[in-house]
Design a binder for this molecule. Structure first.
Ligand code: ADP
Length: 227
């Protein structure tokens, strides 16, 4: 059974200028442990596709299955629970700028109902995984980038899947390399399936096992990176 299965998904947005077809009959299977790159030009539908994988966007047509469970058939409560398995790193990280690094990681843990002591212990563990254990008391603006913190926070719910929206698009090559290395080590160490949106072929070559090339809301090509 695939970790993520996208079956004939279409997504239309109604705008004042008419209907935008962001996804047109897209099908894709992602297996457990894959690092799956979604590459394409701006506007190709990459973000929409990835946001359908955790139902931040609901497809207009078609189905999304996580480990065989159809997201569209879940109740709101079941969907919330299912989402704990799916961490997400947003393009602009959505960090809490007024809160310290450790409090940013504690925040989702409090939402899960963890007590303060337990949350802080877990947050420190996560900061260690991403190499920020010495910066726990700093503020996000004092970090050289928010990526590692966003990754630590996304790991707070022990997800089985990590969705990354252009996590390295604005970085210099050296920082990009260190973030990709971190993502790869998380994939290897915890067996987390990673889906990474990018417009850089170098990112795909560096860490992805599989790739789908998107164009005009469709998957133009997909397969193993080695091919
Ligand atoms: P990409 O991530 O590849 O840049 P997107 O998935 O963001 O592409 O967008 C695909 C298309 O859908 C674009 O034409 C974009 O303008 C449109 N789109 C995305 N989100 C919305 C929205 N919320 N409302 C209207 N149109 C949208």
């Amino acid at each position: 059974m695939s970790e993520i299965e996208i079956k004939n998904v279409s997504k239309k947005y109604e705008t004042k200028d008419g209907t935008v077809e962001a996804l047109k009959n897209v099908s894709l299977s992602i297996e457990q442990g894959d690092i799956y790159g979604i590459i394409g030009m701006s506007g190709a539908g990459k973000s929409t596709l990835v946001r359908c994988m955790n139902f931040l966007e609901e497809p207009t047509e078609g189905q999304v299955l996580i480990k065989g469970r159809t997201l569209g058939s879940l109740s709101k409560k079941e969907l919330r629970k299912q989402r704990e398995d799916i961490g997400m790193i947003f393009q602009h990280f959505n960090l809490l700028m007024q809160k310290s690094v450790i409090d940013n990681v504690c925040f989702p843990l409090y939402i899960q109902g963890k007590k303060k002591k337990e949350a802080r212990a877990k947050a420190l563990e996560l900061l260690e995984i991403v190499g920020l254990q010495d910066r726990a008391k700093a503020y996000p603006a004092q970090l050289s980038g928010g990526q590692k913190l966003a990754i630590a926070r996304a790991l707070a719910s022990n997800p089985k899947i990590l969705l990354c929206d252009e996590a390295t698009s604005a970085l210099d090559p050296q920082t990009t390399a260190s973030i990709l290395e971190l993502l790869e080590s998380i994939n290897k160490r915890f067996g987390i399936t990673i889906v990474i949106i990018t417009h850089q072929m170098s990112v795909v070559r560096e860490i992805c096992t599989h790739v789908a090339i998107m164009k005009d809301g469709q998957v133009a090509e997909k397969g193993l990176v080695t091919e």
